[in-house]
Design a protein around this ligand. Structure first.
Ligand SMILES: Nc1ncnc2c1ncn2[C@@H]1O[C@H](COP(=O)(O)OP(=O)(O)O)[C@@H](O)[C@H]1O
Ligand SMILES: [Mg+2]
Length: 329
């Protein structure tokens, strides 16, 4: 495993490159309004429990990825769908505030995507996802926005949209020579061959990787003792020469054509790691759009995602380049 020493100054210079780049990144996928309540303990079937005040925050993996990239200054084009409810304005308004181009987002009848989240006093949660408008991001819709996808430097995809749509978007990008980064989340154990063939880089967290490759997570949580070269070989067999595995507070590993790079975590006082994975992915997209190598983009992402761990919520916790720089200076 390679451990490059990339200085903070270098990372900050790379962060500036993300903001300065004229090349657009496209994200096709989900936007959700996250309804969260905190309870002493999770209710059982048929049971009613009291909760603290409801919070409604903008989320959805793709929306989050777009928001974090735009916050650090990247040019971001979001493709997806909202409903005709009040959450539509809420979601688009927050993305616009972050700097995301939402001009081509589809408006459909019915509710926008929502999640209903209950968190107990131990931080354990239950999440119920109602796709709403996210289910209506169709093959026809992405086909109608070929220009946006083909004109981007890189495309980001997650699996909160219909699989046919995800594959169609990947295919459009791939045929146009646009790099495709796929986040296998929500986790699907068998990615369709068409998706693998039309994408370049896989991004998963440690649990998703373990399930995907059928390997045991190290019992002591020591990911440095794991044979990453063997994992790189397995990933290659799976169809990816390039992959990013995030390890929560332990940082990440970047696999790039057989070479494994250890990207150390950036130490912060974490208060809520919701949306850190999306912040990491969005920043990788911004880095790739700016022409950074994958591992260099991951070093930037480690800082941006660590910043996100210091605030509550997903999009609500994402920093601008100045805020990220200020926290670590
Ligand atoms: N407690 C933390 N301190 C610093 N960085 C963190 C922390 N938690 C997450 N991160 C950063 O965010 C990235 C993604 O987090 P991770 O938990 O792996 O993703 P997911 O949210 O998909 O489970 C990590 O690789 C790391 O860089
Ligand atoms: Mg995690």
């Amino acid at each position: 495993m390679q451990v490059e020493h990339i200085s903070k100054e270098q990372v900050f210079a790379d962060l500036d490159r993300c903001a300065a780049s004229e090349r657009t990144l496209a994200v096709v996928g989900s936007m959700n309004a996250d309804y969260t309540v905190t309870t002493e303990r999770l209710p059982g079937p048929g049971e009613t429990v009291n909760a603290g005040p409801l919070t409604v925050l903008p989320g959805g993996k793709s929306g989050n990825q777009a928001a974090t990239a735009a916050r650090i200054g990247a040019k971001v084009h979001m493709l997806g769908a909202v409903g005709d409810d009040a959450n539509a304005d809420f979601l688009l308004g927050r993305l616009r505030e972050a700097g995301v181009d939402v001009g081509d987002v589809l408006h459909v009848p019915g509710p926008s995507g929502t999640t209903v989240i209950t968190v107990d006093s131990h931080g354990e949660n239950t999440i119920v996802y109602s796709p709403g408008s996210n289910a209506k991001v169709s093959v026809e819709y992405v086909g109608g926005h070929k220009d946006v996808i083909a004109g981007a430097a890189v495309l980001g995809l997650c699996l909160e949209s219909p699989m046919d749509t995800v594959i169609a978007a990947a295919r459009i990008a791939h045929e146009a020579g646009v790099k495709v980064l796929v986040n296998d989340s929500p986790f699907v154990p068998e990615l369709p061959a068409d998706l693998v063939a039309n994408s370049d880089i896989l991004l998963v967290n440690e649990h998703e990787m373990s399930q995907l490759l059928g390997i045991d997570e190290p019992a002591d949580g020591d990911w440095d003792a794991v044979d990453w070269e063997a994992i790189a070989e397995r990933m290659r067999g799976f169809g990816y020469d390039q992959a990013v595995i995030t390890l929560g507070g332990d940082g990440s590993v970047v696999i790039d054509h057989g070479v494994c790079h250890r990207v150390p975590p950036v130490k912060v006082r974490a208060v809520d790691t919701t949306g850190c994975g999306d912040s990491f992915m969005g920043t990788i997209l911004a880095g790739l759009a700016a022409g950074l190598e994958l591992v260099r983009a991951a070093h930037v992402a480690a800082y941006v995602a660590a910043y996100a761990a210091t605030g509550y919520g997903a999009q609500a916790s994402y920093g601008t380049a100045d805020q990220v720089r200020a926290l670590f200076s």
